[in-house]
Design a protein around this ligand. Structure first.
Ligand SMILES: C[S@@+](CC[C@H](N)C(=O)[O-])C[C@H]1O[C@@H](n2cnc3c(N)ncnc32)[C@H](O)[C@@H]1O
Length: 213
């Protein structure tokens, strides 16, 4: 995968339709609200949103925790432009950076969050992204990932009919097979756990929590 190759927000769909699709098909407020609750951001914390896309969660987070420093990172220029407009409309200040998860610098962030990004990236990128997230956290820092995890019965069928049509099978199948927790542990994370499951018309979205020792 070169610098220019990645799956954009809506896969084969149009980025301009992304927010509407997520709102309509994923019970968005259910899982984004659960992210806010599980993250429990504190004043002064630095929180990185990796694969922030059109910025919906970063904006929600900054509005809920104005004293946190929120940084959104994504390779897609069009998504970042939508994110900038969204932050401006909400009158919140967020730093937006263009880049890939694997290119995160070692840092001392208090938390790293990522939603609906890992199912779209190849195995090598899942591994490199998680390793970079681990390095970007301070000791004790927390990781919160909301993404399609293991899919069972009807959820597996719906996932195949929707997400795998948009984003392809190769990158998404490891998520559906339940590989994310093992990859998080492999990257060095401790206390990896599945905190919530939200069943949607596109498959089950799982909220994973982990911690850097
Ligand atoms: C489905 S969108 C999710 C956007 C946002 N996090 C949300 O919750 O709505 C996935 C995002 O991951 C980004 N992405 C794809 N490959 C990436 C990578 N290797 N590193 C970081 N972001 C990536 C895409 O550009 C896209 O904006």
């Amino acid at each position: 995968m070169t610098e220019a190759q990645y799956t954009p927000p809506l896969g084969t769909g149009d980025t301009a339709d992304y927010d509407r699709a997520i709102r309509r098909w994923t019970r968005e407020m259910r899982w984004r609200g659960a992210m806010l609750e599980l993250l429990a951001a504190r004043a002064g914390e630095t929180i990185l949103d990796i694969g922030c896309g059109t910025g919906s969660f970063a904006v929600m987070l900054k509005a809920a925790s104005p004293d946190a420093v929120v940084i959104g990172i994504d390779p897609d220029a069009e998504a970042l432009s939508i994110a900038r407009d969204k932050a401006q409309s909400a009158s919140v200040s967020i730093e937006w950076r263009q880049g890939f998860a694997r290119d995160l610098e070692a840092a001392a962030a208090d938390a790293v969050v990522s939603s609906l990004m890992f199912h779209q990236v190849p195995m090598a990128e899942k591994r490199a992204g998680l390793a970079a997230m681990h390095a970007a956290l301070r000791p004790g820092g927390r990781l919160l990932v909301a993404d399609y995890g293991k899919q069972a019965s009807l959820m597996r069928f719906l996932f195949r009919q929707t997400i795998q049509r948009l984003d392809g099978v190769e990158d998404t199948q490891p998520n559906a097979d339940g590989m994310l927790p093992g990859l998080m542990a492999e990257a060095g994370f401790d206390d990896v756990r599945e905190a919530r499951h939200v069943h949607t018309a596109t498959g089950t979205i799982t909220l994973f929590l982990a911690r850097r020792r």
